[in-house]
Design a protein around this ligand. Structure first.
Ligand SMILES: [Zn+2]
Length: 486
């Protein structure tokens, strides 16, 4: 067997094969959207498209299921374009070439787009099939999930009427996602002025590197060191013992990552060099010891130079330090401590000293919008009382898990019957489209499940063949079990 067209369920793989043949990286979804419109037209299904590109295709209930609640089946149409460096591949013009490798389907040297192409294919299969019992369906295809979820964010509240929404973007079989965190970017900024360092001062550069880092949502509770926090701790330690001045602090470069590297440049009196080294050495050995399992490759280097860059004005640098010391970081509260599910967190992601500004970026996440707002207010109070200007942007709502809700029970029952064991029901501490949907359609009940996809967003992306069939069985099982309208 060499073609994915020979795999079962045939209709799902046929649609997935079509999807692979149409280029659809994020921000270049025109061709796949045109394909969906053509599909709706050729199957006499009504559809609508909004101004950002999202499409909703409607299918009426099969005979005997007209009295069921409406269900929205949802997938994002874009994929992450990643390839191995030794090949040429134009994601805007070239098709993805899927092939079977043992028990999985992969692509030749590129991402496969099983994320979320299998979900998309399964929904098209439901729309096309004539032998699957289901109530009224609204099939929602969103654009640009992978680079900011702008499709979901721009949905009009009149675009859907469904009571239930099934998102197909979960990447572990027999796993049911029932919650996700909302987010908020907090940006703090000081205007700084600089003066030359006093005559007898030398510079000391402290460079932190080799930390584990990781995703600031999924991995925030793992106790990994934050390079910016280490730099702040050393600044705070030194200024208690030595009359230091700060020249610059720089660390982190991605708003959603735990920073792995940070650099602090200070000015110290030349005569205090040994004391400085002693204080730092003690701190470094203590820190390495306490992070030996989370960050085994932690490296902190100290270098001295006779010439000294300009220093940040002393009074202001004290305000900056105090705000940074007080800035909350890491896990704020747990939703479920035994399952390691974080409810609210914040990550001190980026610190930048530019020409005349010092900027700090934190990314706050929470399942609970109220708790996230309280955290934001607390941080605003800390930074504004230390002379920083505060801007909060990019607010998006969370999806608070309803662990025992009737919809969760329904899907979990179907999933158990397909897989033969109980599903893993969980909530993720990161943003998903469902969180955005619930902000727009607060009355909706959402759930997410999908097939087994490994290494998404990389050229090693693969989908387990058997799990596609199981995902399909759960999907049509849930459609059949959707309750009668109230
Ligand atoms: Zn996805």
């Amino acid at each position: 067997m060499d073609s994915i067209l020979q795999l079962e369920p045939a209709l799902v793989w046929k649609h997935f094969s079509d999807i692979c043949s149409i280029p659809h990286p994020s921000k270049h979804e025109e061709a796949i959207l045109a394909h969906l419109i053509l599909f709706a037209q050729s199957h006499n299904l009504s559809y609508k498209q909004d101004s950002i590109g999202n499409i909703c295709i409607l299918k009426s209930a099969s005979p005997g299921f007209e009295n069921r609640e409406t269900v929205c089946l949802q997938a994002h149409v874009d994929m992450v374009p990643q390839k191995n460096s030794h090949i040429t591949h134009n994601f805007i013009t070239d098709p993805i070439l899927p092939y079977i490798s043992g028990n999985v389907v992969k692509a030749r040297n590129t991402t496969l787009g099983a994320d979320n192409g299998i979900g998309l294919a399964a929904i098209l299969a439901v729309l096309e099939a004539t032998d699957i019992p289901h109530g009224p369906i609204e099939a929602l295809f969103t654009v640009d999930e992978e680079t900011g979820m702008s499709g979901a964010k721009n949905l009009e509240h009149t675009f859907l009427t469904a009571k239930y929404l099934i998102n197909t973007d979960t990447e572990e079989k027999n796993e049911i996602t029932i919650g996700c965190a909302g987010g908020l970017d907090a940006n703090f900024e000081w205007n700084i002025s600089r003066t030359p360092a006093p005559d007898d001062y030398i510079s000391c550069t402290i460079t932190i590197s080799g930390l584990h880092g990781g995703h600031s949502g999924f991995e925030i509770h793992l106790g990994r060191a934050n390079a910016n926090i280490l730099a702040i701790e050393m600044w705070n330690l030194l200024q208690k013992h030595i009359p230091i001045h700060v020249c610059a602090i720089e660390g982190g470069n991605m708003r959603n990552a735990i920073p792995r590297e940070s650099k602090l440049i200070i000015a110290i009196p030349k005569r205090k060099k040994q004391e400085c080294t002693n204080l730092l050495s003690h701190y470094i050995s203590k820190t390495k010891q306490s992070h030996i399992s989370s960050d085994p490759h932690c490296s902190i280097d100290i270098t001295y130079a006779d010439s000294c860059p300009e220093i940040i004005e002393q009074e202001l640098s004290q305000y900056i330090l105090q705000a940074l010391v007080q800035c909350p970081n890491g896990v704020i509260s747990f939703e479920d401590i035994t399952r390691g599910i974080v409810r609210t967190s914040t990550n001190l992601s980026i610190i930048n000293t530019r020409h005349n500004k010092l900027e700090v970026n934190c990314l706050l996440r929470s399942f609970d919008t109220k708790e996230k707002c309280e955290l934001a207010k607390n941080m605003e109070k800390i930074f504004s009382s230390h002379k920083a200007s505060c801007v909060f942007i990019g607010d998006y709502p969370g999806w608070k898990p309803q662990w025992g809700s009737p919809f969760v029970q329904l899907v979990s029952k179907v999933s158990t019957s397909v897989y033969g064991y109980e599903p893993h029901i969980h909530a993720v501490h990161a943003g998903l489209e469902c969180g955005i949907f619930l902000g727009i359609f607060p009355e909706m009940s959402c759930i997410s499940f999908g097939p087994n996809i490994s290494n998404p967003h990389s050229p090693d992306e693969q989908v387990e063949i058997e799990s596609v069939g199981q995902f399909w069985q759960v999907l049509i099982g849930v459609l059949q079990a959707i309750p009668v309208k109230e």
